[in-house]
Design a protein around this ligand. Structure first.
Ligand SMILES: Cc1cc2nc3c(=O)[nH]c(=O)nc-3n(C[C@H](O)[C@H](O)[C@H](O)COP(=O)(O)O)c2cc1C
Length: 152
């Protein structure tokens, strides 16, 4: 199968919680929108509790489809599990995490983000997390692509 000359494939994505899904992957990048911040919030388990309009637009899901879903709905099979292990370890220690993430859209295409994720603290307790994404540079995307390929 092909789309605009780009390859597409089926991939089984296995999640950390033991569930899995089969997704159609198109090797087609959707460029990060200029000047936009893609913002989401989750509870302590990574269930989406808030998604801004830029997140809705880029992911291809509606607001209703996103709220209540696990954030791994965006997980791209090219992302190594260790990247997310590092994210959760950092967050659970109460720290801020920065990283480059390749995200899977509902239509099977992908987009790269530069993400900053912070714990939300109320009365000294972590009540959830916020992720704010910006446009990554082409050089950081290339670097991350090469690094993640070695970690898969
Ligand atoms: C606030 C927040 C934002 C996240 N954003 C993403 C994201 O954009 N894409 C993604 O693949 N995982 C994201 N994650 C990580 C997922 O929760 C999950 O760990 C990851 O997709 C890997 O799936 P797995 O842990 O089941 O292996 C985010 C987690 C948090 C707490």
């Amino acid at each position: 199968m092909s789309e605009q000359g780009n390859a597409s494939r089926e991939a089984v994505i296995n999640y950390f919680d033991g569930s899995s899904r089969t997704a159609i992957i198109h090797d087609r990048e959707v460029p990060y929108p200029e000047g936009k911040l893609i913002v989401s919030r989750t509870d302590t388990k990574g269930i989406i509790t808030h998604a801004n309009q830029a997140f809705v637009d880029m992911s291809g899901y509606t607001q209703e489809e996103l709220i209540g879903q696990n954030h791994y709905i965006l997980r791209h099979p090219d992302m190594p599990a260790v990247a997310f292990a590092g994210l959760w370890e950092t967050l659970e220690a109460g720290n801020k995490w920065h990283g480059y993430v390749k995200n899977l859209r509902k239509d099977g295409a992908y987009y790269w983000v530069k993400a900053t994720v912070i714990p939300n603290i109320r009365n000294g307790e972590v009540v959830g997390y916020t992720s704010v994404r910006r446009k990554p540079s082409r050089s950081k995307i290339a670097e991350s692509e090469a690094l993640y390929a070695t970690l898969k």
